[in-house]
Write a protein that binds this ligand. Structure first.
Ligand SMILES: *Cc1c(COP(=O)(O)O)cnc(C)c1O
Length: 386
């Protein structure tokens, strides 16, 4: 399907709402029925239509159609956060005694889901180095029901071979799920590689303006219907119509935002790669990525997220560098208009910080919509203080 059609028209039935170009925010909790028979049909199968906005809603429907089409999926469910779009399907698909194989060091709350939350229900997880296909083969048992991927990882940028993992899982009747937030559907299409469920934090590129928290999962209708009818409605992490509308607005510019962000990030990376105070730049398309060929095969582009390390890193140096940035803001999240920095050391107590540990010294940078020169000047003055 044409990307311009998806972003501008798909799902928008304008004659239903006064031919308005912008879709309405259908700010209602419930929907009325004219006959008991219609009411009974709606109560019997909520997946079919509008009954109550904890399930579906017309503003949400427009968004679901666009997000499903972007992923090349049959359907999409949207959530009030990215982590709900991960947690709810995982809870729906697993039961006591099941096992999960998960890549090591996924998103922080994904780690907590598999390490702390699921064991309460008798579900255990094996964490593996996902860059090595053999590790998947070794970790799978006859109790494995789900393989969970995050490719690329959003701090270390490790990638997994999506087609190979999907084929391995299919042969053993295991479901696969990926967190595709880093690439967005524009730069990576996991369903085309055989992955069953694709989750994203819509807070990031899809919304794109740092003003809404949301999540999405896409996949086969049959699988999503199962998730919807049980855990989705029971946990109640639906997106509010107002936030769905903000997402629809964000999607209008998804393609041009990502193009601009990728171009600027390339310029910033080129500058940092040559800087004498920078030890290395980590990025899926870097020459020093051992899986560069795989990353180039699976992904169109990288977008705005990468990490750097300083030469002879110390806690003091990392702090001085980050504290000295004037325009690149220190904050969690990414994917919005504003450039951001997160030093990994901010998440580690000072006593535990080890300058020899390769994850501890990472400084993650997100390039937003500012000019490259403006960002490079900010980095230049902060590096100059070291
Ligand atoms: C932000 C993020 C999430 C969680 O999404 P929320 O919208 O914050 O709940 C999950 N995975 C990745 C890779 C993220 O960056």
């Amino acid at each position: 399907m044409d990307l311009s059609y998806i972003l501008n028209e798909l799902g928008e039935d304008r004659e239903q709402y006064f031919n308005a170009i912008a879709p309405p925010i259908v700010q209602t909790s419930n929907f009325k029925f004219n006959t008991v028979e219609d009411f009974r049909a709606a109560l019997a199968d909520e997946y079919k239509g509008n009954l109550y906005s904890r399930g579906f809603n017309p503003t949400i429907d427009i968004l679901r159609k666009k997000l499903a089409a972007l992923d090349g999926a049959e359907d999409a469910l949207v959530f009030s956060s990215g982590i709900a779009a991960i947690t709810v399907p995982v809870l729906a698909l697993l039961k006591q005694g099941d096992e999960v194989v998960c890549v090591e060091n996924p998103y922080s709350w994904t780690i907590k889901l598999f390490k702390d939350f699921l064991p309460k229900f008798g579900i255990s997880t094996t964490f593996i180095d996902g860059t090595d296909l053999d590790q998947f083969k070794k970790a799978i048992t006859n109790k494995t029901k789900l393989i969970y991927l995050e490719s690329p990882n959003t701090f270390s940028f490790d990638v997994q071979d999506l087609a190979a993992v999907a084929a391995l899982a299919k042969a053993k009747g295991i479901l696969t799920m990926i967190d595709n937030s880093y690439c967005s559907p524009l730069y990576q299409q996991p369903i085309a590689y055989g992955i069953d469920l694709v989750a994203q934090s819509a807070t990031k590129y899809l919304a794109g303006h740092s003003d809404v928290v949301a999540g999405v999962v896409t996949g086969k209708k049959e699988l999503l219907e199962k998730i919807f009818n049980k855990e989705y409605l029971n946990i109640g992490a639906a997106l509010a119509p107002q936030n769905a509308w903000l997402l629809l607005r964000g999607l209008r510019t998804l393609e041009i935002r990502l193009e601009r962000i990728s171009e600027t990030a390339d310029q910033v990376i080129a500058y940092l790669s040559k800087h004498p105070k920078i030890e290395q730049v980590l990025h899926p398309f870097n020459a020093n990525n051992k899986d560069l060929a795989l990353a180039r095969k699976q992904m169109k582009k990288c977008g705005g997220l990468f990490s750097i390390t300083l030469k002879n890193s110390t806690l003091e140096k990392i702090e001085l560098f980050c504290n000295s940035l004037n325009h690149i803001l220190m904050a969690v999240s990414w994917g919005g208009h504003e450039s951001l920095v997160i030093p990994a050391c901010a998440g580690i107590s000072k006593a535990d910080f080890d300058p020899q540990h390769k994850r501890h010294v990472l400084i993650r940078i997100y390039v937003g919509l500012e000019n490259a020169d403006y960002l490079i000047a900010d980095l230049e003055q902060a590096l100059g203080k070291l």
